[in-house]
Design a protein around this ligand. Sequence first.
Ligand code: TXA
Ligand code: MG
Length: 362
Amino acid sequence: MKTKFWHLNKNEDIRTQLAEAAKLIREGEVVAFPTETVYGLGANGLDSKAAKKIFAAKERPADNPLILHIADKAAMGLLAVDLSPNAVRLMDEFWPGPLTLIVNKSIIVPIEVTAGLDTVAVRMPDHPIAKALIELSGCPIAAPSANKSGKPSPTKATAVQEDMDGVIAGIIDGGISDIGVESTIVDTTSLVPTILRPGGVTLEMLEAVLGAVEIDPGLLLVNQKPKAPGMKYRHYAPKAEMYLIEGVFAAEQISFFVNRATKAGKKIGVLADAATVSLLANSSQVVAHSWGNTQAELAEKLYDYLRCFDQEEVDVIVAQGVSEEALGLAIMNRMRKAAGNNILKAERGKLLLQRGTIPSFL
Ligand code: TXA
Ligand code: MG
């Protein structure tokens, strides 16, 4: 299949430039589009055949449901039944924005979209292109992140191309996704609203509106199955084996790790704070990215860094953990998954294995 590519010009009318993409969506094709979190792989969310094309393009397991994207709050009334007061409060407070609500589904939502569940995930993105595309298509757009299953989510159109060129009908280039990690998913069907995936709307922000909020224990414990089917898969994974070093002495242990790796002849990718990166020897064997100054900056660039390590063909990656406050919860969730749970704890002068494996060169 030849994939069309639309590079949108901000100075011209967005709707005119989106007409062809919206027509393809109406015809049951798959088109990738930007949102404020990450790029989505979109198709008509009320058409089960179109939804199946998304699963095929992404090579996504059929048990992993999709999010329906809407352009106005009223559309929730068609997709959901028995909406809880908490759901309504969250829509009022955070939509449009990086928050997905799990609600009881109405009969118009195909089971191919929900992977057989009685609930459906719904989100109203805060992005002018996503909004216009949904409106012009005249249907809710089902969209997972626009990566091949298991790879880091794309935050720019060229990253979508790497995974989807020749596989889908088109890609809309709307620049970089500002937030950079996927939306927060909250189950509003449980008695106490529960975070199934941390994201752009933080635990602290949800608590300020709702009071009590739970975090799905499956996100924190290795031996418990997460409630969002997608969260059980290794995800956001770069090609090279990745190790996450947590704890206050992480900086010192990252230098040690990098030395051992380079001595063993490995090319190593490093993701750490600026001070730690500045201590590393300048070598063609070391590809280091520093976080930037804020959590928001790290979230925005995280997936891009992971994809860049693939392009640089590093043999191994080491990343420094961050505090789990605010957006840090989402960042650490993604880093732990990218590391496939290879987690090390840095203490003064030593490195302890928390989970997973230790590389042979240590
Ligand atoms: O920011 C985002 O949410 C992006 C952009 C494109 O909107 N989308 C996204 O979709 O991240 P995806 O498919 O990569 O992740 C959706 C997650 C999966 O973990 C899936 O299992 C979960 O949502 N999910 C979908 N429907 C669900 C349901 N009814 N109950 C529990 N989890 C659900
Ligand atoms: Mg995804």
